[in-house]
Design a protein around this ligand. Structure first.
Ligand code: ZN
Length: 94
């Protein structure tokens, strides 16, 4: 699949950026980051642990387990429904 994960397309490869995978989020991230920090806080710890477990240091990147964990984490962040791009709402959490 061509795109931001495509290696070797010029000197910017090492700092390739991609959009936060949460659909409503406008944050841009380095390739090493899965999700922006604001959305990261919305992902429940068990889902985040599963994400890392299935990632397995990169070896699990292409597995359906890991892709399922990614989707679950993104969906959780979507459900929680706030983001760095809506910082005014973060401050209203009580
Ligand atoms: Zn985000």
């Amino acid at each position: 699949m061509p795109g931001y994960l495509d290696p070797g397309r010029g000197p910017s490869a090492a700092i390739r950026m991609h959009g936060c995978p949460v659909p409503r989020c406008a944050a841009w991230l380095p390739a090493s980051a899965f999700i922006c920090r604001a959305d990261r806080r919305l992902v429940p710890a068990p889902l985040w642990a599963e994400l890392w477990r299935t990632w397995d240091g990169g070896r699990g990147a292409a597995t359906t387990d890991h892709q399922g964990a990614c989707r679950a984490a993104i969906e959780a962040a979507v459900r929680e429904g706030t983001c760095a791009t809506e910082s005014t709402r973060i401050s209203t959490v009580s």
